[in-house]
Write a protein of this length. Sequence first.
Length: 120
Amino acid sequence: MGQKVLIAEDNELNLKLFADLLKAHGYETDCVRDGGDVLAHALSFRPDLIVMDIKLPHVSGLELIRSIKADPAISATPIIAVTAFAAKGDEERIRAAGAEGYISKPVTVKGFLAAVEALL
């Protein structure tokens, strides 16, 4: 099995798209739909990369990025923020929280895979 990617996404279609693309390219995936479950999954799954939606139920992706980067056990894990927030300053705010990558929705297959490969 290849490198491990945790996908935090509440939209079923996006979640399936990301998981199917990653699996087709040899990655092992784990999926989380609720922001409240992301940290526990990250600590148990130990992913090589996290794909993080910013708007998640219960805990925002932005808060989760900050929490992950503050936890020494998983702080080195790169994070790609995937979000519909594409207004001026959003990318800078998300990167300032600790995300190494940023993709605005709707995503392209080529752009998504390129962003994943760049961080792995």
